[in-house]
Design a protein around this ligand. Structure first.
Ligand SMILES: NC(=O)c1ccc[n+]([C@@H]2O[C@H](COP(=O)([O-])OP(=O)(O)OC[C@H]3O[C@@H](n4cnc5c(N)ncnc54)[C@H](O)[C@@H]3O)[C@@H](O)[C@H]2O)c1
Ligand SMILES: [Zn+2]
Length: 335
């Protein structure tokens, strides 16, 4: 078992990574907890026994589960179960479950401890760590939420074997970004070390910038185009697949701006292809539509678009003119 600390002063916690990590749940619960409310989805084939009185609260599948409606149902259920703010909420699932249960924990009795048992690769390397919790509204994804750090996180690599191949691939897309954030040998590591290395990098960024003043935005490497492809909705892409395409685009854009050379662009493509992820825009991608959607990015200031781009000083947020962004989309085959 590998232990990765997330250093946030009194909000510090450990992430345990390894085969069978879920069995450590009783050891990582807050000492005072008498009851555990377990939030999960019926489709998740993972049992996590808290070793104290537990009650399971199933939520629906997918983004549709991340709503205020779910938060209300969960919190009312917790109250009927007799959960107090000295007890614990346990999220067993992927990012949908950890985001939703985490937000319920942030607001239940003005803040109740929670533990994430991350069961998807994407949640293990990203979503379950760092305390960003929230739900969607019709006006936008993750629009409503809170920073609420978990009490502990368990990343059980054994349960990844049950993941549908497409979900695993999507997790690899999220993982691929860490090649550009300090872990360029990730593909050579066994799965436990690979996940732990990503957790370590995410923990370092979160410790330096818990509430996203600047550095934390680098975790969105590859995400500006990825979000546009996802919102466009016409393409059959999982999040990590869209991120993979976004990484290749970010590489090309950085070269266009003279920030990196051809070898570095080739490395972007190599990383994405090593994991079997898509490296090209989906057929039918239109530059105008994608530019319009990228213009809605939260990082944006003024007329330019905001991108996280590689360069001599590493990955950082950069303002980019719309014309440059368009030329590189066209270079990738957009019409
Ligand atoms: N809070 C953050 O910092 C952060 C970061 C990245 C992503 N996210 C959020 O994460 C969400 C995506 O998470 P995801 O990709 O994990 O998707 P997900 O939570 O929807 O899980 C994908 C599917 O895998 C199934 N599943 C989960 N574990 C399984 C297992 N071990 N075996 C078999 N099936 C299993 C689930 O039932 C689900 O159908 C998005 O809502 C995104 O906004 C949050
Ligand atoms: Zn992502």
């Amino acid at each position: 078992m590998i232990t990765v600390p997330v250093n946030l002063e009194e909000r510090s916690y450990d992430v345990l990574v390894g085969d069978g990590a879920r069995h450590r749940l009783p050891d990582v619960l807050p000492k005072r907890a008498r009851r555990a409310a377990i939030v999960t989805q019926p489709s998740i084939p993972v049992e996590a026994d808290p070793g104290i009185e537990g009650c399971t609260f199933p939520i629906a599948e997918g983004e549709a589960a991340k709503t205020f409606g779910t938060i209300e149902v969960l919190c009312r259920g917790f109250a009927r179960f007799g959960l107090t703010r000295h007890d614990v909420i346990v999220a067993v699932g992927g990012g949908v479950v950890t985001d939703t249960a985490g937000f319920a924990a942030a607001v239940y009795q003005r803040g109740t401890p929670y533990v994430n048992v991350a069961t998807t690769l994407l949640a293990q390397v990203d979503a379950a760590i760092g305390g960003k919790t929230g739900v969607n509204v019709a006006e936008g994804k993750n629009m409503i939420g809170a920073f609420w750090q978990p009490h502990a996180v368990l990343c059980d690599t054994e349960v990844l074997k049950a993941l549908p191949p497409r979900e695993y691939l999507s997790g690899l897309g999220e993982l691929a970004k860490y090649h550009f954030l300090g872990a360029d040998n990730l593909d050579e590591l066994p799965i436990d070390e690979r996940v732990a290395r990503c957790v370590e990098l995410k923990a370092r960024v979160v410790a330096a910038d818990e509430r996203e003043g600047g550095l934390r935005a680098t975790l969105n490497y590859g995400h500006t185009l990825a979000h546009a492809l996802e919102i466009a909705g016409a393409f059959d892409l999982r999040h990590g697949e869209a991120v993979a395409i976004g990484l290749v685009y970010a590489g090309l854009l950085a070269r266009h701006l003279g920030r990196i050379d051809d070898d570095r662009v080739a490395y972007h493509r190599k990383v994405v292809e090593t994991y079997g992820l898509p490296a090209t825009l989906p057929d039918g991608s239109g530059a105008d539509a994608l530019l319009e959607l990228m213009g809605r990015d939260k990082k944006r200031r003024g007329d330019d678009l905001a991108f996280v781009l590689d360069g001599p000083a590493g990955v950082e947020t950069v303002d980019v003119g719309v014309e440059a962004a368009r030329q590189v989309l066209v270079e990738m085959g957009a019409s």
